[in-house]
Design a protein around this ligand. Structure first.
Ligand code: ADP
Length: 634
C-alpha cells in the first residue's frame, strides 16, 4: 500500500500544539512516558499469551534504548504487544476522553504557567515525544501478525502511514531530535548514553522489564572498543522494599512512572498487611482530579499484582465507586495468578483488602484534615465532590455515613471560609437548635438572598450549598450531632429566638386582617404557586420564594431537569413582606378589584422577581421587562 496521509483528530492536534509549545521546565519527561508505554505493551503481551499460546515465544521481554549521536536520534524499542494499523490510527491519532474540549478551553484561557499545571491532568503520553523531536517515526508489528506499519509525523497536524517490514513483534519509536537536544554544550544531550542512563535510573528504575543499552568499553588503546549490553534499571518493585528505605522522591517518581502522571501525588499511602489476607498496597491521591473523573468513560480502579507479577489494570472491585480518584496498586500472594474479572468480583480476599484500604484512606484523610488544613483544602477542592457523593451513596448504610460526615467541608457565611460540620456546631449559639443551610449557585448568590438578611443581623451562620450534590448529601445526612439541617429557603424555617417569635406573631395578626388579598394574589399568579403568605423572615426584601417540605428545592428541581427528570418539581410558596412599601401598593391596587390589570400585573411581576432571586428565569422575560418598565414610569 502506498503512503497514506491522515489528519490528527482536531482536538488531538490542539493538544499537540499545547504540549509542544508550552514551555516545559522538564524536557526529559518524554523518556519516562515512552518507557511506560513500552512496559505497558509488555504487560499486555504477557497477559494475552496466558490465553493465546501462539503468542508465547522465547524472546524475553525487554526495552532497548539507543541514543545515536551520528543520526541525532534516540530509539526506544520494545518486544511487547505492538499495534495493528487500525490501532495506530485509533491510539496515536485520537484522544478519546470526555472533557477534552473543556480542558483545552480552560488551558487556552489560562496563563502559561497555569497551562503547564493543567496539562499535568492529562495523560499526553506519547505526544510528549514532540517536546524533543522534530519528527517521530513509530514502527510497530502486532504480536501474532506478520504485517507491520510505519507511522511518521512532525506533530503539525498530519501523519503518514505506510506498510513496512519488521522482523519481530513490538514497537520501535525513533525520535529525530531537535537541535537543542543533541548538543554536548547545551543543557541536554539525548544522544549521550550516560545522560540517558541517568534519566532511566531517575525515572524508570522500578520498571519491571529490563531496560537495556549498549555501552562502549574501551580496552587497551590499540584495541577497538567493544560493545557491552547492560540493563540499566534495578527492576525491583518499589513496594517490596521496606518503608524506611523509600524516600519521598522514590515514591513520587514511582507514581509518575507507574500511573502516567505528570505531577507528584498529593498524598501517598503505603499499606502492608499480614493478617488473614496478605497484601501490600501502594496508593495515591493525585494532585488534581482527572478532567473526566465524573464522566462515564473515566476508568477507575487499581492495578493488581500477585507475587509482584502484573495481573490486571483498572480493577474496580477493591474500592467503592466514589473513591474512584484513588490510584495505585495492590500486590497480594493470596490471589491466583490466572484470575479473571468475574472470579475477582466473587473473591473474598478482594473484599477484605478493599474494606481495609477504604478504612486506611479515610483515616489518612482525617489525619490530613487535623494536621495539615491547607493540604486538606487542596484535596477538598479537587475531590470534595467525591466524598459528598460517597455520603449520598451510603444512604442506607449508617456506618459508612458516620465514617464520612466528619470529612465534609462546606463554605459558610462565616467569612465565606470552609468549615467542618463539627466546627459549625461548635460556634452555634445556645438557642440555635438547627443547622442552617441555603442552596444557591455560589456564595455571592446565597449572600444576596433576601432570607439571609435577618440571619446576618442576628449573627447566625449559614452553610452554603453551592454544588448540586450538596443538597442531596445534606438530605441523606439529615442531622449532625443531633442537630437537624434546616434550609432557610424552606417553608417551615423559623428562627427560635424570642425576638423572631415576636415578629412572627405580629405578622400572623396582620395576615388575619387581609381578607381575600393573599388568595387573590395566588389566583393572579396562576398555577405554579401552592400558597401565598405573609412572612416575618424578610427585612428589607419585598418577596421571596420558599419551597415546601419534603419535595425537592428549586435548585434540586434544576438538577433533576438537567438530568432529564423534569417530573420532580419543587412546591413553591410565595412570601410577602408586610412591612415593605410594595405590600401597601399591593393592598391599594387590590382595592381596585381582583381582576384589575394593575393588580394582576404587580402580582405576576413580584412572582417573577422572586423566581429571579432563586436564579430561575421567568417563562417570558421580555414580558417581565415590559411590566417593570411600565411600573418604573408610573
Ligand atoms: P496512554 O498511555 O495514557 O494511554 P499514550 O498517548 O501514551 O496514552 O498512548 C496511547 C495508546 O497508544 C496507548 O494506550 C497504547 O494503546 C498505544 N501505545 C503507545 N505506545 C505503545 C507501545 N510502545 N506499544 C503498543 N502500544 C502502544
Amino acid at each position: 500500500m502506498a503512503v497514506e496521509k491522515l489528519q490528527f483528530q482536531a482536538e488531538t492536534k490542539r493538544l499537540l500544539d499545547l504540549v509542544v509549545n508550552s514551555i516545559y521546565t522538564n524536557k526529559e519527561i518524554f523518556l519516562r512516558e515512552l518507557i511506560s508505554n513500552a512496559s505497558d505493551a509488555l504487560d499486555k503481551l504477557r497477559i494475552e499469551s496466558l490465553t493465546n499460546s501462539e503468542l508465547a515465544d522465547d524472546s524475553a521481554p525487554e526495552i532497548f534504548i539507543i541514543p545515536d549521536a551520528a543520526t541525532k536520534t534516540i530509539t526506544i524499542s520494545d518486544n511487547g504487544i505492538g499495534m495493528t494499523r487500525d490501532e495506530v490510527i485509533n491510539n496515536i491519532g485520537t484522544i478519546a476522553k470526555s472533557g477534552t474540549k473543556d480542558f483545552l478551553d480552560k488551558i487556552r484561557e489560562s496563563s502559561n504557567a497555569a497551562a503547564q499545571e493543567l496539562i499535568g491532568q492529562f495523560g499526553v503520553g506519547f505526544y510528549s515525544a514532540f517536546i524533543v523531536a522534530e519528527e517521530v517515526e513509530l514502527i510497530t508489528r502486532k504480536a501474532g501478525t506478520d504485517s507491520a506499519v510505519k507511522w511518521t509525523s512532525d506533530g503539525a497536524g498530519e501523519y503518514e502511514l505506510e506498510d513496512f517490514n519488521k522482523d519481530s513483534r513490538g514497537t520501535t519509536i525513533i525520535l529525530h531530535l531537535k537541535k537543542e537536544f543533541t548538543d554536548d554544550d547545551g543543557e541536554y544531550n539525548f544522544t549521550d548514553v550516560y545522560q540517558i542512563e541517568r534519566l532511566i535510573k531517575k525515572y524508570s528504575d522500578f520498571v519491571r522489564y529490563p531496560i537495556k543499552m549498549n555501552f562502549e568499553t574501551k580496552g587497551k588503546e590499540e584495541d577497538a572498543p567493544t560493545i557491552e549490553i547492560r540493563t540499566v534499571n534495578s527492576m525491583k518493585p518499589l513496594w517490596t522494599r521496606s518503608k524506611s528505605e523509600i524516600s519521598q522522591d522514590d515514591y513520587n517518581e514511582f507514581f509518575k512512572q507507574q500511573l502516567h502522571e505528570w505531577e507528584n501525588p498529593l498524598e501517598i499511602l503505603h499499606v502492608k498487611a499480614e493478617g488473614t489476607v496478605e497484601y501490600t498496597a501502594l496508593l495515591c491521591i493525585p494532585k488534581r482530579a482527572a478532567t473526566n473523573l465524573y464522566y462515564s468513560d473515566y476508568e477507575a480502579g487499581l492495578q493488581l499484582y500477585s507475587r509482584h507479577v502484573f495481573i490486571m489494570d483498572k480493577c474496580k472491585d477493591f474500592l467503592p465507586d466514589w473513591l474512584r480518584f484513588v490510584k495505585g496498586l495492590v500486590d497480594s500472594p493470596d490471589l491466583p495468578l490466572n484470575i479473571s474479572r468475574e472470579i475477582l468480583q466473587q473473591s473474598t480476599g478482594v473484599k477484605v483488602i478493599g474494606k481495609a484500604l477504604e478504612k486506611n484512606i479515610l483515616k489518612q484523610l482525617s489525619k490530613m484534615l487535623k494536621d495539615d488544613r491547607d493540604k486538606y483544602l487542596e484535596f477538598w477542592a479537587q475531590f470534595g465532590k467525591s466524598l459528598k457523593i460517597g455520603v449520598y451513596n451510603s444512604m442506607f448504610d449508617n456506618k459508612a455515613k458516620d465514617s464520612l460526615k466528619d470529612l465534609l467541608l462546606f463554605q459558610t457565611s462565616k467569612e465565606d471560609k470552609f468549615s467542618t460540620l463539627a466546627e459549625y456546631v461548635e460556634r452555634m449559639p445556645d438557642f440555635q437548635k438547627q443547622i442552617y443551610v441555603a442552596p444557591g449557585k455560589d456564595a455571592a448568590a446565597i449572600k444576596n438572598l433576601p432570607q439571609m438578611e435577618l440571619l446576618r443581623d442576628r449573627g447566625l451562620e449559614v452553610i452554603y450549598l453551592t454544588d448540586p450534590v450538596d443538597e442531596f448529601t445534606i438530605q441523606v445526612l439529615n442531622e449532625y450531632a443531633e442537630k437537624p439541617f434546616q434550609s432557610i429557603t424552606r417553608e417551615d424555617f423559623e428562627l427560635d429566638d424570642a425576638e423572631s417569635q415576636k415578629t412572627k406573631a405580629e405578622v400572623e395578626e396582620i395576615a388575619k386582617t387581609q381578607g381575600d388579598l393573599l388568595k387573590d394574589v395566588k389566583e393572579a399568579i396562576g398555577g405554579n404557586v401552592k400558597e401565598v403568605r405573609l412572612t416575618s423572615r424578610l427585612k428589607s426584601g419585598a418577596v421571596c420564594l420558599v419551597t415546601g417540605e419534603g419535595g425537592p428545592s428549586l435548585s434540586m428541581e434544576k438538577t433533576f431537569a438537567a438530568m432529564n427528570n423534569p417530573l420532580f418539581k419543587a412546591t413553591q410558596i410565595l412570601e410577602l413582606n408586610p412591612n415593605h412599601a410594595v405590600f401597601n401598593k399591593l393592598q391599594n391596587l387590590h382595592a381596585l378589584g381582583k381582576d384589575a390589570p394593575e393588580f394582576k400585573n404587580l402580582c405576576t411581576t413580584l412572582y417573577s422577581l422572586a423566581l429571579l432571586i432563586e436564579g430561575v428565569m421567568p417563562d417570558n422575560p421580555a414580558e417581565l421587562v415590559n411590566k417593570i418598565t411600565e411600573l418604573l414610569t408610573k
